[in-house]
Ligand binder design. Structure first.
Ligand code: NCD
Ligand code: ZN
Length: 361
């Protein structure tokens, strides 16, 4: 019997954490195997706030690429209370910065320098709206009074609705959405820019499409399923699967692969983040298959995100094969090791060609 094959245009990961130094060296090749480009998150320590920092970080990423790799990092800057309209203009002029990332201060890993009050960045947002520079949002309130499972929905109601109204032509990506409420919010915004691209979009991770919050507590505490925004109820997972497989171009792939060494996860106070760069496409294919929607994966992974960002579609392809494959228990990472999502599990799809290495094409 011949194996079932699924060929996709080389995809883009529109939300990725690559880290720096030895961690970058060990995380990057996994993404390069699967993706042609990635929107690279700026939450380093210290965060990437100036254009020159992004230029330097991009050079470090390019220097860390495996020999012959064909991969383009798409850089972002980290918004702070001090981000000025002039900086937005410089970022646009740089040609290498594709978006600004808004972390509410304290919302997640390395977000201490984030924005304390949205009004403070209104001049910067105004410049972004004018220049067509997208705003990427980690959409969670940090108010300790708000239940951790409600933080995304409360952010939308308390902040995003008003922000959207104040900047109707701003391109916004609500990152790694986790709730039916977020998917409904995105669907309710039908406006488009003059290229016909949506003004409001959202990224979806593989882990939020495949798992509900039970995964964190199945038979004990499972730190490798802990990320932010945290996994939600099954009802929300179903709503996210609806969005991802609907063929709606406002929903596209962003893994939010967020590597942390095993010791930082398996700890009394474990870091948030799921490492999915190793098996991202296999996980998404598994999720889409649950809805018999594999024919929709190419648009979700390789077309809608590029169109939103005004980028050409990638050339070349990657092929997945319907064949069982065991996710490694752990992998080398920054002189220690790292546990990928679903380590040890058998996945029904396997990446069979990896043209991210130019030598293979
Ligand atoms: C991310 C990280 O570790 O950098 N963690 C996560 O749980 N997703 C930060 C983020 O995107 O929230
Ligand atoms: Zn992230």
């Amino acid at each position: 019997m011949t194996a079932r094959l699924l060929t996709l245009t080389r995809p883009d990961d529109l939300h990725l954490h690559l880290r720096d130094g030895a961690a970058l060296r060990d995380a990057l090749p996994w993404t390069v195997r699967q993706f042609a480009r990635a929107i690279v998150m700026p939450n380093l320590k210290p965060p990437v706030v100036q254009v020159q920092q992004a230029v330097d970080y991009r050079n470090r990423i390019l220097a860390a690429l495996p020999a012959g790799a064909d991969f383009t990092p798409l850089m972002t800057l980290y918004l702070t209370d001090a981000t000025s309209p002039q900086l937005v203009q410089q970022a646009r002029d740089s040609g290498i910065i594709h978006a600004f990332k808004l972390y509410p201060a304290g919302a997640t890993t390395n977000s201490d320098s984030g924005v304390t009050e949205l009004k403070r960045i209104y001049p910067a947002l105004d410049a972004m709206q004018r220049l067509g520079m997208p705003l990427l949002i980690h959409g969670e309130v940090t108010d300790p009074e708000v239940d951790v499972f409600d933080r995304e929905a409360v952010f939308i109601d308390r902040h995003l609705v008003a922000l959207r109204r104040a900047f109707p032509a701003l391109k916004i990506v609500l990152e790694h959405i986790t709730t039916a409420h977020a998917a409904d919010f995105v669907r309710a915004c039908g406006e488009r820019d003059d290229r016909g691209a949506p003004l409001q979009a959202a990224t979806l991770t593989a882990h939020h499409l495949l798992h509900n919050r039970n995964a964190m507590f199945s038979g004990g505490l499972r730190p490798h399923y802990y990320c932010l925004p945290v996994l939600k109820r099954e009802r929300h997972r179903q709503a996210l699967l609806d969005a991802a497989t609907s063929g709606d171009d406002r929903f596209f792939l962003g893994t939010d692969s967020a590597p942390h060494a095993r010791g930082a996860k398996e700890s009394a106070c474990g870091c948030a983040g799921c490492f999915t760069a190793v098996n991202a496409l296999e996980l998404y294919a598994t999720a889409f298959e649950q809805r018999d929607a594999l024919h929709r994966l190419d648009d979700f992974a390789s077309r809608f995100g590029a169109a939103f960002y005004g980028l050409p579609r990638n050339v070349g392809s990657v092929t997945l094969e319907r064949a069982d494959w065991q996710v490694p228990a752990s992998l080398p990472y920054a002189e220690t090791d790292i546990v990928p999502l679903q380590a040890g599990d058998i996945l029904p799809w396997r990446l069979s060609s990896a043209p991210g290495q130019r030598a293979d094409t």
